[in-house]
Design a protein around this ligand. Structure first.
Ligand SMILES: *[C@@H]1O[C@H](CO)[C@@H](O)[C@H](O)[C@H]1NC(C)=O
Ligand SMILES: *[C@@H]1O[C@H](CO)[C@@H](O)[C@H](O)[C@H]1NC(C)=O
Length: 169
């Protein structure tokens, strides 16, 4: 039934390369990983997450905001849009999920304040990503997508310094 979806908006682009920040670590991408590379890397601190999920199926799109600015949508904005807005000085400290049939089916983001944002279907093989270093937080996501959905996802962690920009907590 999903192959009936013929029109997809949003051509996904690979984010710009950035110098590695302090206490950087990478959680190796989970999922089959067919298609084009993506990265949400951007200056600033993550302030929000949007996920699109096809009804009872896989994750179609991801979009992050940095200091309140929504960055380029990764993949497809089809299906149901779910959104989490982070509070002041709140950061993502865990990314978990499941993948199946070549796609990411479920994603869960856990914050430094113990809140969580869970979308998708509990189908397939589980993964759990955490930063290696205490005090590090999610800085960006990367992986691959095939234009219909997200086929793999990895997480990049680092300490965020407020002196990186003008936003103070
Ligand atoms: C957000 O957008 C404003 C207005 O365009 C800009 O001044 C600021 O640098 C942007 N911040 C980030 C992190 O993109
Ligand atoms: C921001 O959050 C971090 C980690 O949760 C905490 O250690 C720090 O004290 C907080 N800073 C402020 C200004 O609330």
């Amino acid at each position: 039934m999903l192959n009936l979806i013929l029109v997809l908006s949003g051509v996904c682009t690979v984010g710009m390369a950035m110098p590695l920040p302090d206490f950087y670590s990478y959680s190796l991408a989970a999922g089959e990983g067919s298609g084009t590379e993506y990265s949400t890397a951007h200056v600033g601190r993550i302030t929000g997450i949007r996920i699109w999920e096809y009804s009872s199926a896989y994750i179609g799109g991801i979009q992050l905001s940095y200091d309140g600015n929504w960055t380029t949508l990764v993949c497809a904005n089809y299906g149901t849009q779910m959104e989490m807005t982070l509070l002041d000085n709140e950061s993502i400290v865990q990314v978990s999920g499941k993948y199946d049939y070549g796609y990411i089916y479920e994603l869960m983001f856990v914050t430094s304040q113990g809140r969580s944002f869970k979308v998708g279907q509990p189908s397939g093989i589980s993964f759990n990503f955490y930063p290696t270093h205490d005090g590090s937080e999610l800085r960006f996501l990367s992986g691959r997508h095939n234009g219909y959905g997200i086929t793999s996802i990895g997480a990049h962690w680092a300490v965020y310094h407020t002196s990186d920009n003008s936003v103070t907590p």
